[in-house]
Design a protein around this ligand. Sequence first.
Ligand code: MTE
Ligand code: MO
Length: 201
Amino acid sequence: MSLISRGFQRRREVEASPDRVPPGQYVTNDFPVLSAGPTPRISAEEWRFRVTSERGEETTWTWEEFSALPAEAVKVDIHCVTKWSKLDTDWRGVSVDTILKGVGSSAAFATAHSYGGYTTNLPVVDLTGGKAWIAFQYGGQPLAPEHGGPARLLVPHLYFWKSAKWIHRLELRDSDRPGFWESLGYHGYGDPWKEQRYAGD
Ligand SMILES: Nc1nc2c(c(=O)[nH]1)N[C@H]1C(S)=C(S)[C@@H](COP(=O)(O)O)O[C@H]1N2
Ligand SMILES: [Mo]
């Protein structure tokens, strides 16, 4: 019974917004947790976020300093390579533009490093221009540890594996370098509208 009604609901949502659901994706109302390892538990006191430039210069924010940065509400659709999409997710975060404002860099690539060792690579142009955030709230609540709290990268226009949970460092680089999933065969860029799931797609 519940299976049937859930199926109907899903189909209705997909039909209501075909322009918002990339090929091969289905809409879910759940918020699945996908983590390649255990959930790191990082307190606000020990949390640090740093940006390192291609010249090795380092900028570090404590939680207090990060919390003082201008933040914005973000409502976006997210798309996981395992084929679920979730529409109108509500976040609060600091734009990566804000983060990079004081950092002198002309690097073309970035690697996001997480507490726990996860990494993922992105072009800097996909992190700037209002396209990416360091998100610290979801649904009006502090971001739960399972979903990347205290703070995670949010890059909704790419598959969600690019949105590194428990982000610890943004490494700005002159050259691209595959991250964790990218080294294991996932696509280097990951555009859900082009179904760039695996290398070669
Ligand atoms: N640090 C870290 N970030 C990560 C992952 C991970 O395993 N570790 N998984 C990625 C993948 S594959 C997805 S789909 C999303 C899942 O985010 P969620 O658990 O909040 O749904 O986080 C991404 N960011
Ligand atoms: Mo994923």
